[in-house]
Design a protein around this ligand. Structure first.
Ligand code: GRF
Length: 208
């Protein structure tokens, strides 16, 4: 996809299905959207999302995380791929890797993640089952800036969904995922339009 003047260049990192990625691609097609998706990268060769991105005409890249002699060496190579693409913003969307502090600092204030829970509750994996087991009445998702602490960066936005008594992990995750697609596109748009500032670990939204 050729560069469009005035639009921020976004790279999306995925490891699997890529439904959040797809939602961001879809939102980027709006003529007034302040970003374009320039690259989709995966550490998993047969990630479904890579095929979806290719079909959408987006440049893709893959690098297996195994066999590089450790996390630091791997992340350095991924960083080089992203820098080569001259990205403005990096978006983690189901990227199942913990990234190194060096990787985080290269994208400080310019890297987002979506987490399928209302942070700071339920960091880590299996969030939907853990929410059911805890008996919470409300669950949801969070978009946040990435810092070197896992699932703990400044929160940009959240969406809450009710938890019903007959919910299963599957029904609950579907309800949350629908909200993920909506809030991730909104948060990325705010970042790309320079509407976000961080102060004392809190995010402030400029209106307009
Ligand atoms: C989403 O639930 C996201 O919140 C989490 O991983 C899942 C990825 O799903 N980080 P998809 O690949 O975007 O469909």
């Amino acid at each position: 996809m050729p560069d469009v003047k005035g639009k921020k260049k976004v790279g999306i990192l995925i490891s699997g299905r890529g439904s959040n990625m797809e939602a961001l691609i879809k939102a980027s097609h709006r003529p007034d959207c302040p970003y374009q998706i320039s690259l989709v990268f995966s550490n998993i060769e047969d990630a479904l999302g890579l095929k979806t991105a290719e079909k959408a005409g987006i440049k893709t890249a893959f690098l297996d995380h195994r066999g590089h002699g450790g996390r630091a060496a791997y992340d350095k190579k991924v960083l080089a791929i992203l820098q080569e693409a001259e990205l403005d913003i990096v978006v983690l969307a189901g990227y199942m890797r913990i990234v190194t502090p060096e990787f985080v600092s290269a994208w400080e204030g310019r890297m987002l993640n979506i987490h399928p829970a209302l942070l700071p509750s339920f960091t880590g994996l299996d969030t939907h089952q853990r929410a059911l087991d805890a008996g919470v009445r409300w669950h949801g998702c969070t978009v946040h800036f990435v810092t070197s602490e896992l699932d703990a960066g400044p929160i940009i936005t959240q969406a809450a969904v009710p938890v019903f008594e007959d919910d299963t992990e599957d029904s609950l995750s579907k309800r949350v995922l629908k909200e993920e697609h909506r809030i991730y596109a909104e948060a990325l748009e705010d970042l790309a339009a320079d509407r976000l500032t961080i102060k004392d670990n809190r995010v402030f939204h400029k209106k307009g």
